[in-house]
Ligand binder design. Sequence first.
Ligand code: NDP
Ligand code: 8X3
Length: 256
Amino acid sequence: MNSIRGKWALITGTTSGFGKAIADTFAQNGCNIIMVARRAEKLEALEHILKEKYGVQVLSYCFDVRNLNQCIEMANDLSEREIVPDILVNNAGLASGKDKIYEGLIGDWEKMIDTNIKGLLYMTRSILPKMVERNEGHVINIGSIAGHQVYPEGNVYNATKFAVKALNEAMNLDLAGTNIRCCSIDPGAAETEFSMVRFHGDEQKATKVYEGYQPLQAEDIADIVYYVATAPVHVNITNLVVYPTAQRNVYVWDKK
Ligand code: NDP
Ligand code: 8X3
């Protein structure tokens, strides 16, 4: 096992869902945490909890990963503090809308493309060179089963997650010859704020997504990310797909 105690993990999207659970699991296991998200109050609250509960070091950066300059500023600030993240978890992302492609809102498309693809790239481009310099590090990208199979009205979200899959594979190829590992973790349906965001705050539509079966929980994904991050350094898990047991692919469900 490759302990993460005393290391630094940079996790994007830590104010809810997977990112928040990953930050908690990592901190519980002694890892220092760098958090990125847009909701300042939630970031501050989590920073306080992690420090109090686990006695680890926590740095919070409140910004939008779609902003390249802020990604670079954060990387520069970390360099000034002489911190090189050992682990980068590219988790921040969203689905916005679920519409037929001829009815989709351009604003939704731009949000998804700019966050899920460009945000992931900006963050990676800001942090990965430091890892390469040290010849050490681990990038964990949160993809989705939506990046393996397209479903009706998933169109642009699907396309962004297919892109994450491609970029994860590309990172692995470009990092050949280094000790840096790259993994894409691709979950099926998980109960987080994801559906509230996708349906623009429509609680009824969001709740319906998780009815009649046991969806994945954020903690399930955090356990998997922890497993991947703590695998021995000669073990590179490049892709991990996880569904709720009641779901076998994007079409096959066992809902009561
Ligand atoms: P949540 O909505 O619960 O969490 C998303 C997190 O990302 C929030 O902390 C949000 O924080 C942050 N975020 C969103 N946009 C930005 C941005 N532009 N800049 C910085 N932070 C941002 O959803 P999940 O935890 O479910 O989603 C996490 C990842 O998992 C996403 O990439 C999603 O596509 C993927 N996924 C989710 C699945 C699911 O069923 N839930 C299944 C498969 C993959 P804030 O608003 O404060 O910025
Ligand atoms: C989230 C899972 O099936 O809603 O990526 O696309 S799904």
